[in-house]
Design a protein around this ligand. Sequence first.
Ligand code: FAD
Ligand code: NAP
Length: 577
Amino acid sequence: MVRRDAGQSAFAAGPGIHRGCREDGGIVTSAYETADFDAVVVGAGFAGLHLLHSFRERGMTVQGVEAGDGVGGTWYWNRYPGARCDVESVDYSFGFHPDLQQEWSWTERYATGPEIHRYAEFVANRLNLRDLIRFRTRVESAVFNEVSGLWVVGLDDGTEVRARFCVMATGCLSTTNLPDIEGIGDFTGDIYHPGRWPHESPMLQGKRVAVIGTGSSGIQLVPAVAREVAQLYVLQRSPNYVMPAQNGPLHPEQLAEVKRTYPERRRMSRRTRRGFPLPTTVTNQPASSFSAAEQHERLEAAWAHGGAIFTSTFDDITTNPDSNQVAADFIAGKIRGIVKDPAVATKLIPTDHPLGGKRPCVDTGYYEAFNRPNVELVDIRETPVQRITSNAIQVGERLIDVDVIILATGYDAITGTLNAIDIRGRRGVKLRDEWCDGAMAYLGLMAPKFPNLFTITGPGSPSVLCNMFVSIEQHVELVFTLLAELRQRGAEVVEPTQEALESWGERVADIADSTLLVTANSWYLGANVPGKVRQFMPYAGGMASFVDDCEALLSMDFEGFTFGDVASYSEQEAAAR
Ligand code: FAD
Ligand code: NAP
């Protein structure tokens, strides 16, 4: 057991919380517990770093636990060639600490993975957070003891940490989705997933490589890997819409202007749908308010501007099929213009989902890669993969000999990582059971029966549909707003009501249903993982609307939340018996 003195902490569990107890009725309890820390934070990605700093700033004791050997989360794991952010670097960064944003200087409009990883290390060092984290340690369980009111967090080294608050900063895209292809275990070459890329980058020079998957990861990998390898096979099940980053260096004067205006820029970002300032190529008018020539001119300007914000060129691209088609046709025209082989170009044009239905991909040179003599597009929708042998992938009757397979097959997004942990709340209720017919957290952050447990960027929050830094910061602030209220009320525990959760779930579903996003087989819906419940998980109303919703509910005396005492759980249980 990890023990540390909770010291002078404002929330430290006092002697009054030591209670004798037993195990029965599915309630896991243990005798005479005291808290080791006020809070446990699981994950040392950007959300974890922000939380660790925030707990400590408030005089609370906190233990971070991270499965990896370093900070950065996504950017610690994703070391694949070509990895970059798809939100501009100056916005894909923390705004909560004025010094951080003034001291750090991005070098490119869209930073590389290594640069973002260095930024995470800079944050951890600058805020002196490393000592708060146990690295190379995986959280296997988190069980609420309703007698002591503590979360008992079980680690893979067999020890436990007890804390009043447990925050899951485990990431929306941190559990890989690996395809179950017959014979995959027989392959004698190397198999990599971008999200578990070796930190010592593998030598791909001169090799025959297959990439399975053409989402954002595959699309970034392909041009970078194509330059190195002897032969690259791109195995595509569904084509995606890919927009150019139009990346380039950030000039000192641009950076200086951003730094000068950062406070206003951060404030504005929360008032937009996507969590960053909008370029002038975005209009709040529908496509139909422009002539065909004007539409084309606007789309051309948006393409030249670069980035996924292309999908906001007209206000109704993700809600009106006609507008969507206008933008999709424009991209199809671009693909035909770039890719020299018309048959290959046709295969690269999406036909099975609207633009924006799946996360739009941002690239540098993806379509151009198919003009290289060493790159072949293999349509595995038309001719599926049969199996993998010791040295080849069999597609239909064809055996494609390869030395390396890259499974760019995505993630068990949003819920996968949380469900991998045995999380049990009051009366031993398991979070994964609560979510078996569909996952939802109130404001994306809390679930009924799981007091003092927070899920940063959980289901029901804008998370992956926005700039994640803005989503993370807003959620971290929400945690501390709730903790301040808890203290103010002299209460021990906070959780949402079932009624509030259901009404929030309806709101999230209604918003999603008003868009075209629900019509694609995307990971937003869990459609990429066999057997996963089909349910649109993120809040699709945009960041500004989400912030408004949260503020409105909190201003109504914290509508939907209950604040109480741990003693009431024992009384309820006694009454139930
Ligand atoms: P993560 O960075 O995923 O960190 C979670 C951490 O929790 C991980 O380090 C993991 O090891 C740890 N963890 C998980 N489970 C456990 C456990 N049981 N025990 C211990 N530790 C655990 N978003 C954007 O807004 N813009 C972008 O441009 C962008 N680009 C991306 C590119 C890639 C390749 C990927 C995969 C995602 C991208 N994202 C982007 C989303 C990205 O995940 C977020 O921007 C952000 O980095 C998430 O931070 P986080 O701290 O919430 O989670
Ligand atoms: P993804 O978007 O889910 O794409 C996975 C790809 O693998 C899809 O093309 C999918 O095809 C294919 N696939 C999955 N299972 C398969 C199987 N069994 N057989 C054949 N093909 C299969 O995953 P991702 O590319 O890793 O991206 C996930 C998210 O991470 C992104 O949407 C984005 O949010 C983030 N990300 C961002 C960046 C960036 O640009 N900054 C880079 C990487 C990732 P189907 O479409 O047919 O399912």
